[in-house]
Design a protein around this ligand. Sequence first.
Ligand code: HEC
Ligand code: HEC
Length: 217
Amino acid sequence: MNRLTTRIGDDMITEKTVFFLLLAALCAGASGGIVHAAGDPDAGKQVFQACARCHGPALAAEANRQQPVPRLGGQHATYLLSSLDAYAGGKRKHAEMERIAGSLSQQEKEDIAAYLAQFELKQFPIPGSGDAPAAIATIIENCRVCHGVGGNSFVPDYPRINGQDEQYLLEALKSYQNGARTNATMVYVVKNLTEQELRDIAAYYAGQKGGLTAINK
Ligand code: HEC
Ligand code: HEC
């Protein structure tokens, strides 16, 4: 066995993966690790009515969409809160979401996050989850350290990406390359990936069954 290679369980962990594992631990530590939002889902459902025109049934129907809209059902509350804070603070750029998130109180944000997080994933955890296409298999191995098997992350700071809208995933990945989103880890992770690799990655995670859902209620 190579000096830089250790066997942990069934996984062959390379030096690069160890780097990502360390990065993962650091990131989780920096943001306080596992935190549960103290929101009220029933109150969140009421506030979410204002979001439904984009994130609601129209999203499910995928009708009249001018831009990709993320699926929010089953997303971690902690990540939802941090993304709303990023828009509200102008750190994540998107004119409409900046305005909308900026108008919410802390309690409303927590309530909405609690409401959205309670949409259970249809399969949890995803058994097997299908293999990534060979061209991106090694890349996916590194993503798995934080985003979990098939994108079904179990760490609340790391967004679930399984079953996410394919076009949205592609745009999100590109946003870390073009500077619209600045999360240092993600910028580092995607900086050398080609357009084709990003497309393959988006298709792979979007195709994971039983992941994030559109809100239909
Ligand atoms: C006009 C349409 C529209 C409305 C209304 C809207 N959103 Fe969004 N939302 C979007 C779009 C488009 C994005 C993706 C923006 C981007 O690329 O950063 C987004 C992104 C998000 C994200 C980030 C998800 C992720 O995976 O990172 C969250 C969370 C979110 N919206 C919550 C809300 C909430 C809560 C409301 C209501 C209070 C709301 N949105 C209202 C269109 C909308
Ligand atoms: C060390 C941990 C870590 C690794 C490794 C990692 N990510 Fe991430 N990822 C994150 C964090 C944290 C965020 C949220 C960043 C933010 O708020 O912008 C994120 C965000 C994302 C998003 C945006 C999700 C959304 O809802 O908008 C996508 C897509 C994504 N990662 C895909 C990947 C892919 C593909 C890989 C492998 C090439 C990868 N990530 C590797 C931690 C990681």
